[in-house]
Design a binder for this molecule. Sequence first.
Ligand code: FMN
Length: 245
Amino acid sequence: MILSPEQVSTFFKAHWTVRKYKNFKMPVEHLDVILEAAQRAPTDATAQMYSFVRLTDPVLRKQIADLSTNPHIETASESFIICADVFRLEQILKTYDFEPASIPNIAIHFGIGDAVLAGQSMLIAAEMLGYRGCWIGGLINAPNEISELIQLPEGCFPFAALTIGVPDEEPVHRPRLPRNQVVHENTYRKPSAEELKIGAEQMASITARGNWAQTLARYFAKGGGMEAREVKMKEFLQKMIYRGK
Ligand SMILES: Cc1cc2nc3c(=O)[nH]c(=O)nc-3n(C[C@H](O)[C@H](O)[C@H](O)COP(=O)(O)O)c2cc1C
């Protein structure tokens, strides 16, 4: 099926992240086509280094909602943990008497790439059916605890969660940076300070205080929230992916 540029534009302009959902059970045929879309995503080396853990147990949902500080994991029609999965690949190799290579950095590259592509295909399929959703990187607040709860084996990495449901909030259209700051032609063009400020102003409406740089700093600047998570992430990757290598 070929759509017109206007139809494609209209579809993608209607993307918005939703964190509050109606109490709605997704019909199985919808779930089926969403999962089919995920599995049809392009995959590096056709290796499919991803796994989804579908959360159907309300107690487990609540625990992961609390650990990730994203309550909609509990209330969405469907909630998934989207994992980069090298474990299964290694098992295939071992089953056929090959010794898996020690390539943890390559594994992260393949696994996260594949997991993101499959997860986003899932979300796009859901949006085509009229649902909306939310990616949840908040798993990095508690990667160890969440992995234990869903019994992930070594080599499996919970990249993010994804919730899908029927919106119970008004649509919000969140801006993006000017296109000429994110699309480069042939060579990378470094933005000037002036351009960076124009971009930050364009993003100001998503912040409470109208200062996007300040919002970014709360996460990513020295003293921001990600420093503590970096320590946790390093320990977690060491245990689950590097495994002493
Ligand atoms: C990898 C990833 C992780 C995210 N993590 C969270 C999260 O933990 N909690 C949340 O409320 N939103 C999360 N989001 C949603 C973003 O905040 C949202 O996509 C962004 O603000 C842009 O808004 P829009 O999708 O409505 O255009 C995440 C999005 C991505 C792609």
